[in-house]
Design a protein around this ligand. Structure first.
Ligand code: FMN
Length: 412
């Protein structure tokens, strides 16, 4: 197969990725009750590594077990036992696949029934219409809170390296804490962490600097960044370009371009902006605009299901192509395309009237496939969205109960 997609790429850390296809981060909800990687989670990554992808990015791993995006998530902190993380990294590295850990703090995007710390640069609550009650109003962060978060990202990155991961991806997209700092809609601070784009980017740059200073050479450091948050008055493409310019001196391995948040889930292809909807790869127009002036490789993720579209991205100055859903439905897609380049991955489509519920249902279909792969089963390519949604909600309720019980003495 002589597609440029199957050419290798050497990143600034010196690590070489065997092809340009990357499994994008997907929160798996498969942690043990101690928020450690489970046997099923590890098996899932073996399956992906066997499928021929160049690099795997883990689902978001929390830097604080008391600030979780969901109840079945993995957390990696200063005193976490590394054994299961070592097995996870090893399984994912099979066949010269590279594996990097996505590290994240949810900020205000924490479900009310989880409990724990819910903070943000300012006290702006999520506006999810009739679903807003599911999220508490966040507490504005103190200087100590900000310093604590910087330290936590650094420690999690160090420990990921100790466990054998090839690098980290700092999650600064999708409305989570670092994206809350970047957006003028959620960051109303008048100190050095808010106001100008330089100030709003400061926490992200501090995290990059600290991680660089504390990990050994030969470790991938990358960022997932929104091209825009797709809300009036929010973080936009000009902001994104400025952030990428500010990051130039730090020699990052790559920046992954995405978009949206819980309030405006553009990463699911749900956006009022024609520039995203018009394309099969939602953020390609934005990503190639950013790539024109970027000094580091750019990766684009969102909506890719055909090899021709992945090749189109490379033709537009993009170096890496991320896929989430397509690789959940078809974990061997990179191998499959080698023999059947016209193959189209079957992406689930849910078009209910309630957009929030449609989004949740689509996610639950994908999550069902992750679970099946973790059990060693093949994905179900035409599942009932309603069934998946109900099962996912029941599972979430069970995991939330387990999480609250496990951490009852620490949760507020
Ligand atoms: C079930 C599920 C979980 C996800 N979890 C994460 C996550 O932990 N971190 C992240 O950056 N993006 C996450 N995403 C978003 C994906 O990385 C990706 O940006 C988005 O799904 C669009 O790409 P796709 O169309 O190839 O799936 C998730 C998506 C799905 C479907």
């Amino acid at each position: 197969m002589n597609s440029p997609i199957y050419s290798s790429l050497t990143l600034s850390s010196g690590i070489s990725v065997k092809n340009r296809l990357v499994k994008a981060a997907m929160e798996e909800n498969m942690a043990t009750s101690q928020q450690l990687p489970s046997t099923e989670l590890i098996r899932l990554y073996s399956q992906w590594a066997a499928g021929g992808v160049g690099m795997l990015i883990t689902g978001n791993v929390m830097v604080d077990h008391l600030a979780m995006t969901g109840p079945g998530g993995v957390a990696l902190e200063a005193d976490t036992d590394l054994s299961a993380f070592r097995t996870w990294a090893q399984a994912a590295k099979h066949g010269d696949t590279k594996v990097i850990m996505q590290i994240n703090h949810p900020g205000r995007q924490v479900f009310k029934n989880m409990g724990g710390k819910v903070f943000s640069p300012s006290d702006i609550p999520l506006d999810m219409g009739k679903h807003s009650h599911m999220f508490p109003k966040p507490t504005p962060m103190s200087q100590d809170d900000i310093q604590d978060v910087i330290n936590r990202f650094t420690i999690t990155a160090q420990r990921a390296q100790q466990a054998g991961f090839d690098g980290v991806e700092i999650h600064a997209a999708h409305g989570y804490l670092l994206s809350q700092f970047l957006s003028p809609l959620t960051n109303k601070r008048d100190d050095r962490w808010g106001g100008s784009i330089e100030n709003r980017t400061r926490i992200l740059i501090e995290i990059v600097k600290q991680i660089k200073a504390n990990v050994e050479q030969g470790f991938i450091i990358s960022i997932k960044l929104n091209s825009a948050d797709f809300q009036r008055g929010g973080f936009d493409i000009d902001d994104a370009e400025q952030v990428v310019k500010m990051l130039a001196p730090y020699n990052l391995d790559f920046i992954e371009v995405s978009g949206g948040s819980y309030e405006a889930p553009a990463m699911q292809g749900r956006s009022a902006d024609e520039r995203t909807l018009a394309r099969e790869a939602y953020f390609l127009t934005f990503a190639s605009q950013i790539a024109k002036s970027a000094t580091m490789p750019i990766m684009v993720t969102g909506g890719v299901k055909r090899l021709a579209v992945a090749e189109q991205a490379l033709a537009e100055n993009i170096q890496l192509v991320g896929m989430g859903t397509a690789l959940a439905m078809r974990p061997d897609l990179p191998n499959k395309w080698q023999t059947q380049p016209d193959y189209v991955a079957p992406l689930p489509v849910v078009n209910w009237k309630d957009k929030t519920l449609s989004g949740l249902a689509t996610m639950s279909v994908v999550k069902q496939q992750l679970k099946r792969l973790g059990k060693g089963k093949a994905p179900n390519t035409s599942p009932s969205a309603l069934c998946c949604l109900i099962k996912d909600q029941l599972n979430k309720a069970k995991l939330t109960k387990r999480y609250r019980k496990q951490h009852q003495h620490e949760l507020s």
